[in-house]
Write a protein that binds this ligand. Structure first.
Ligand SMILES: [Zn+2]
Length: 215
């Protein structure tokens, strides 16, 4: 039985690395992947990992029917032994339905990798649909850590290092950016308190929180 599996994790947990690893492992057994991605940091039609590995992928643009794409590929004599989807949170819900249809009607495994929730802790529409339809959900256990050392479970959006909670669901940025819009993974406690590494560092240096002599 083929299955639709949703591998979910935070931004910095190594999802794309695992996606590439699955592609590599099955390729070494003679199986050929069709790789979809959307808005990868390396650019259109690329699946890249933070460790620097990059491979070509099919950009799942808005309005694209992923099931029809696979059917057309197969009818041209192409191979789709299994499907890997990265940045699956950015897909439209109907594209997730198309992937489920591919599992059921084309008998291919689909491995979708994505972030479950956005910087406001709300589910991305694509991730919500994956949770609704997946045969299996795997929470990735690659340990991404909050600055405090706890397990990072939430994605924060930052501007100049300060956490923001307003704005569009999707804004291009990366966890390594310091100045403009960036992202940082936090534990839930510090996400709730809006304490990023930068604001925690500033608080530690602030005279108001130093112990008062004799106090
Ligand atoms: Zn923390």
């Amino acid at each position: 039985m083929s299955e639709l599996v949703f591998f979910s994790g935070t931004m910095d947990c190594g999802k794309s690395t695992l996606a590439l690893q699955i592609v590599h492992n099955r390729a070494s057994r003679g199986l050929q992947a069709v790789i979809f991605t959307k808005d990868d940091r390396a650019g259109e039609g690329k699946l890249s990992s933070r460790l620097g590995l990059v491979t070509d992928a099919v950009e799942a643009v808005a309005g694209m029917d992923l099931y029809a794409h696979l059917v057309a590929l197969i009818s041209r004599g192409g191979r789709a032994d299994f499907v890997v989807v990265d940045e699956a949170q950015f897909l439209a819900p109907e594209q997730i339905d198309q992937l489920a249809r591919a599992v059921d009607e084309l008998d291919v495994d689909v491995y979708a990798f994505g972030i479950a929730t956005d910087f406001r802790t709300r589910l991305f529409p694509g991730s919500q649909r994956l949770i609704e339809l997946a045969d299996r959900i795997e929470a990735l256990q690659v340990e991404a850590l909050c600055w405090c050392g706890s397990r990072a479970t939430h994605n924060a959006r930052t501007v100049g290092g300060q956490m923001v909670v307003e704005g569009a669901q999707v804004v291009v940025g990366d966890v390594s950016q310091q100045d403009e819009t960036g992202y940082e993974v936090l534990c839930r406690r510090h996400h709730r308190r809006r304490m990023t590494a930068a604001s925690a560092g500033a608080a530690a240096l602030s005279p108001d929180v130093l112990p008062v002599p004799g106090g």
